[in-house]
Structure formats: structure tokens, C-alpha cells
Write a new protein. Sequence first.
Length: 147
Amino acid sequence: MTGNQEVVILMADDDADDCLLAEHALAASNAPGTLFCVKDGVELMDYLLGRGKFNTSPPPAVILLDLNMPRMDGREALKEIRAIPEFKRTPIVVFTTSKEERDVLYSRKMGANCFITKPSVFQEWIQMMDSLVDKCIDRSPTGKQNR
């Protein structure tokens, strides 16, 4: 990615309030980028594969993935994403309300880079967004990603 391309953080979450919180937290943080939300795993796959209304969407620098969504949940989506060669190195952060050990273990096994339980306080959302972008997106002028 060159420095003039948009940095997209793609969030798959069926909770519109969580998408709004993430958007506000990103804006309040020092992190660059634009948050784009899709409501389930089917829309996520459409976005990643450029299907339908997503045919001109830029590739994401990082994917925030909720586990519990309708139509296709995050577990299924994670498995499908990691099977696509173009997205093997794209950072995927499971970002969910779950604290279940089996979800953590499954997410790691399927190739998630991180497992984060959604914060309950807005300031923690801001810190999480800043930290997430620091770990997944190079802010240097050359704009290289996925370090």
C-alpha cells in the first residue's frame, strides 16, 4: 500500500451500536484510517471478494471480526478468509463479547492474530483502536502494512 491509499479497518458486526462506538473511538484515537462496517459474515465475504456493491472497495488493512452474527458467524468467516491466499497475511482480530476459552482456542487455531473482548468503557475503545492500528498498520510515510 502506498501512502496515498486509504487505510480501511473492516469491522464485521451485527450490532450497529458497536460499529458506531468503534467509529467514534477510531476518530478520537491517534490512529489513521477509516472504519467500514458490514453486518455479517456473508457481507464480509462479499466485501473481501469484491462482490455486488463492494466491487470497488479497497482491501482492508485489518479485519475486526465478531463471532456471533446472523447468516454466517465469525467462526465460519474466519475459516473462509484464511483459505483465500490474498488474505492469509491480513491481520484478523476477533473482537467479540465472548470470553469463552473454546472461542479463544478456535480463533487462534483458525488463524486469528488477536482475540479481544469488547471493552465496556469508551476510553478503553479508544485505547484499543490506537493499539490495534499500531500493531497492524505501519504509520510511516511509505505506508507498508502487515509488518
